[in-house]
Each structure stands twice: as C-alpha cells, then as structure tokens.
Ligand binder design. Sequence first.
Ligand code: MRU
Length: 367
Amino acid sequence: MKIFGKHYQTIWETDKEVSSVSIIDQRWLPHKFQIVELKKFDDFVRAIKEMWVRGAPLIGVTSAYSLYFALKGTDETNFDRVFEEASKKILETRPTAVNIKYSLDIIARKVSANMTLNEKKQIILDTARNLCREDVENCKKIGEFGFELIHEIYRKKGDSVKIMTHCNAGWLATIDYGTALAPVYFAKERALPVFVWVSETRPRNQGAKLTAFELLHEGIPHSIISDNAAGYLMQKGMVDLVIVGSDRTTLDGDVANKIGTYLKALAAKDNSVPFYVAVPSSSIDFEMENGSANIPIEQRDASEVKYISGLYNEEIVDVLVCPEESEAVNYAFDVTPSRLVDGLITERGICKPNRESLLKLFPEKKI
Ligand code: MRU
C-alpha cells in the first residue's frame, strides 16, 4: 500500500546478494518513517521481540528470513545445531502468533539431509520469498471475500458502511494489503463508501498509531476512539460490522487477537453487530483446539502499560501515566470464544468458526 503516494511492502531484500533485509521500523510510526536494515540474526530476533516489525503474518515472514541469516555463515559441521538453536530462539520471541511456527515448520519440511549445504541455504531463502508472495496473495483473497460482506451491508443500507476494527490488522501487520483492512481497501478501490472506527488499542496503541496512519495515507475516512467507547457506539447503532485480525485461531474457531478483542466481541453479540475475523491459514493452528485453555498468551513488560509514547516538541518521548511505584501487568492478547464469532474470512472463503467448516475449506489439514 502507499505512504505519501509511494508503494511499499513491510519487508524486502535490500540488494540482489541479500546482504540485508529492509523493514519499516514500526516503533516510530506515525511520527517518523524510518527504514532499517537487518544484517545479522540477532538484529532479526530483536526486531521481532521489540516490535520493530509486528503483526502475525509479518513476524511469520520475518522469522523465515531470520533463520536464513542464522544459517548463512554456517558450514556442514554446525548447520544442524544452529538450525535447531536459532529456531528455538525465534519461536520464543513472540509466543502467541502461530505464524512463526508455521514458517519454521515449512522450512524444516523442505530442508532434507541429502541436500548440499548450499542447496539447504538456498531452499530456506526461496521459502522466505514464497511465504512473502503467499501472504500478499492470501491477503488479496481475504480482501475479495470480505468485500462481499461489506457490499451486502451496503446493498441493504444504501449508505456508508461503518466498520470497527481493533489493533492493526492492515498492511503494516502483513506484507501488503492486510487481513482485516484488506476488505476496506477493496471497498475504497471500488468506490463503495466505508468509514472505519479505529480503537486506539492500549497499551501499544497500534490502532491510533498504525491503523490510523494506513487509512490516512489511503484516503479512507475514519475516527479514532478510546478502547472503552466501542460498546457505546455499538449500542447506539453506529457500527455495521466488526472485522479484526487474529494471531492464532484454533481448529474449533477460538480466536486469539490483541487484548481487548474479546470485549468487542461481547459487545457485538449483545448488540447484534456481525463480528468477523480475517484470518489467513498461516494464522490457523490446525493442531490446537480450546483456545482459552491452550493458546500461549504473551505477557510483555509492564512499562508498556505504565508509559505512553508519543510526540512532544517534535521528539518521540515516553510519558509516565500512573504512580511510578504502582505495579502493572501486560497481557498482550486475549481469546475470543468461537460462539462470539460470526465468521472467519480466509483466503479460501468465509466459513463458520468450527472444525467442520474449517476442514471443508482446508481438507488437506485433516489428520
Ligand atoms: O502485538 P502485535 O502488534 O503484533 O499484534 C497484532 C495483532 O494483534 C493483529 O491484530 C494480528 O496480528 C492480526 S494481523 C494481521
């Protein structure tokens, strides 16, 4: 998608030799647009853990490149050991998003013992490239299917469709287009009037900072709301549809997403507002059921709750918003049970959040 009219993706190879991989350092958006080159394995691990890149699909693809950089300088004698140690380290960076495991599992299946060292390295790089392409294609397909939902509401309503989203599940969270925002971009492209309620998403404010930034640059009307305003707007009939993304959706349709998603789903159910989750299959954990019991929930540093970062006198600063001595806890994700979800928008179509419907769309995942 575009920034100041120029097309960007969130990650790209800096040169033909792949001496580094470039990313948009999302910590400073919307105030500063900064591109950073990741050159060493440790740079990648840090970029994922500290959220220079974030969003489940993007950290999945970044993980694949991380593994390539971990193994680039290895020889036959240490390849297997480095492969194992690096995979473990990458998996530990952000435990909730299943996309990291998805990427590493694909690579592990492709690398085989009878390959030469160079073949192994090349196949890891090729896989990272494929994952990148696959994500763009899948987001476009999600955009198509999700557009139909918006179109249907527009046909009945005959007026601008008001969509609420949470966190950032736009192109910055993927490689391009996004998951939850892809249908919005398709609507805009096809001149169907849409309006987006952007919930700020404390503590890291991905909604206020990133979703608003994306929508602004694509010329899509939107308003930022405090997280606590979502229920009120639904009660007043000011929301036609909620679309969120997902970091891990289980086979029985439970959805882990940014903390606060569950509360939005409850309010949507109480007010009969359709609640949809845009989820590429790379974010579906086909081996897990019962999300609230089994999905690992990332707990991040309490400082993210106690401080807010923003622009002050043209500098990006962190401001303390509570007594310094108070303790804080920072659960980064919650799980919305499938009974609160009206549908999953996948790259193969929209389905009910349950095992039967998901396996009908993805029969190859049946074990
Ligand atoms: O902590 P983040 O910013 O990585 O969390 C991102 C989200 O929760 C997104 O909504 C999710 O990854 C779905 S994105 C396409």
